[in-house]
Each structure stands twice: as C-alpha cells, then as structure tokens.
Design a protein around this ligand. Structure first.
Ligand code: SF4
Ligand code: SF4
Length: 192
C-alpha cells in the first residue's frame, strides 16, 4: 500500500489563487464597495440605543400614584428560574386603604436575573414588567441587588410596555387577563 501524501480534503487552489495578488485585489475591491454604502453599525456606547417596547430590559415594579401595584403574592419569586426575586409581605395598617397587603421590601438580584420575563408573565396585577433599561453597572455584588428604591417606576414611564402587553399578550385571554386598573383587585379588603 502506497503512502498517502498531503491532506486529501485540502482545497485545491486555482492559478490566480496560487499567485495571491488577484485574491488580495478582490478583497480590497470588496472593502472599497462597502466604504460607500450607508453605515448601519451602531455607535454604542457613545450613542445610546433606544429600545422598543418589545425589548426585555431590567424588570421594574409598576407604581400608581406613588405606590407600588404589587400585593406581595410571591408568584413572581416562585416563577423566577434563577431565584433572583425576594420579598416580604406586610399588612397595610390603614384600614381605609382598599388593599390589604404590600411588599415591605422587594429585591431583585440583577446578577442572577436572566431577563426571561417570567415574573411579568405570572404577575396577576401587572405589577412587575420588563423595562427598556439595559445599560447599568454595579460597583460590587451588593450594588447589584436592587430594592424598591431602584425598582419602583411610575406607570406613565412604562406606558409603552404596558400598551404592548395589552395588545400583544393579553388579548387572547379575554377579560380575566385584562390587566387594567379595575382588574387590580387582588388582596382587596372586603372583596365581594
Ligand atoms: S426576568 Fe426572569 S430571571 Fe429576571 S427576575 Fe424576572 S423571572 Fe427572574
Ligand atoms: S407576582 Fe406581581 S403582585 Fe405578586 S409579588 Fe410579584 S410583582 Fe407583586
């Protein structure tokens, strides 16, 4: 049996390929063509990119009239795959407040969050939604744990995402999953 020399799967070069220079010229031509085409590359981070409402940035708590919608039911924490959410439920002492419960503290460990949006999907109050924020840094691991002070965002600032959810997610489920204010009644006192 004769000895096989070289790699049988090796690409065979044409004559111009063996000369190299024509191939280099072809490459230069390709580069030249692209110099005169419109530049579609983003200049991030020098120029920030504005995300649309379909984007899943960091999860935030929706606030109405300065108070979080959240009723501390814990569903989001149960659904969160990397266990990034923790909270403590507490009674609202003011008996004239129609709501019974709120989270006395609520934290999301952003080093764990994988931006899956499950918390948003399961929340019965539309109290936690994905925002368009993606650009933030942490000084240390502790700094990555966001509390209510950094999580609560007024619903006016989240309108685009809330509208997106109403039109793209909730419609198929009908009234039961229509997260409008009149449906925000979980943990209401004396609910009939
Ligand atoms: S987006 Fe996903 S990983 Fe992040 S807090 Fe919500 S459920 Fe957890
Ligand atoms: S699922 Fe919604 S209402 Fe329940 S604890 Fe999470 S954010 Fe609050």
């Amino acid at each position: 049996m004769g000895i096989q020399r070289g790699n049988p799967s090796e690409r065979k070069l044409s004559f111009s390929g063996k000369l190299y220079l024509p191939e280099i010229a072809k490459g230069m031509m390709f580069t030249l063509q692209h110099i005169f085409r419109p530049n579609v590359a983003s200049k991030y981070p020098e120029v920030p990119i504005t995300m649309g409402p379909e984007f899943r940035g960091r999860p935030v708590l929706v606030a109405e009239e300065g108070k979080e919608r959240c009723v501390a039911c814990g569903l989001c924490a149960r659904a969160c795959p990397p266990l990034a959410i923790s909270m403590q439920a507490a009674q609202i002492p003011d008996t004239t407040d129609p709501k019974e419960r709120y989270p006395s503290w609520f934290e999301i460990d952003m080093l764990r969050c994988i931006y899956c949006g499950f918390c948003e999907d399961v929340c019965p109050e539309e109290a936690i939604v994905m925002s368009t924020e993606y650009d933030y840094i942490f000084k240390d691991r502790k700094d990555a744990i966001m509390g209510k002070d950094r999580l609560i965002v007024d619903k006016a600032r989240l309108k685009a995402r809330l509208d997106f959810l109403a039109t793209r997610r909730n419609g198929q489920f009908g009234k039961q999953y229509n997260f409008q204010e009149e449906n925000n009644t979980h943990t209401y006192r004396n609910k009939g």
